[in-house]
Write a protein that binds this ligand. Structure first.
Ligand code: HEC
Length: 144
């Protein structure tokens, strides 16, 4: 009997520990995505003015580093808690990873345009990024 209680207590502790770990994963990915939103905001005036995009390179590089392992920030079990990620992230993993791959491709386009100092190419790549590539994942995979 005593043993059973211990086992139950340990089980509960393990469950609480797992829940805590997941809530950290969720908080961290949301924090990072907020930063990505801030990078997009900061780039907007340059795109609007077709200005020199070269100073934006460090932001784009940081986005590439963050987004590279985005799917790893959605481990199984992190669908519950303070998250707007839809179940489709886990039930349609192939679709999620496709949307992710498209994002990585677009970040390379942005980086190349910025590195070349091509304001026009950067402005049109930027204009497509939010609606097509961020939105292309948010529509099927993020709830309101
Ligand atoms: C491959 C899918 C995918 C791509 C690509 C993607 N996102 Fe998201 N994003 C999500 C998901 C899923 C959530 C919900 C995360 C959660 O609540 O746990 C989210 C949430 C966010 C949030 C809300 C963070 C918060 O909770 O406050 C912001 C801001 C955001 N994304 C910005 C962006 C920007 C900017 C881009 C494009 C540069 C982008 N995302 C591209 C899947 C994606």
């Amino acid at each position: 009997m005593k043993n059973c209680l211990w086992m139950a207590a340990l089980g509960l502790l393990a469950m609480a520990g797992a829940a805590l770990a997941q809530s950290e994963v969720i908080a961290e990915r949301r924090e990072g995505l907020k930063r990505m939103g801030a990078h997009m905001e900061a780039m907007k005036p340059v795109a609007d003015a077709r200005g020199d995009p070269r100073p934006l390179l460090p932001r784009i590089e940081e986005m590439i580093v963050f987004f590279r392992d985005l799917p790893d920030r959605f481990p199984p079990g992190s669908d519950r808690g303070d998250t707007r990620a839809l179940p489709a992230v886990w039930t349609n993993r192939a679709g999620f990873e496709e949307a992710h791959a498209r994002m990585m491709g677009q970040l390379a386009v942005l980086r190349d345009a910025a590195a070349a100092g091509d304001g026009g190419a950067f402005a049109s790549a930027y204009a497509a990024t939010g609606p097509q590539f961020c939105g292309g994942c948010h529509r099927p995979f993020r709830g309101r």
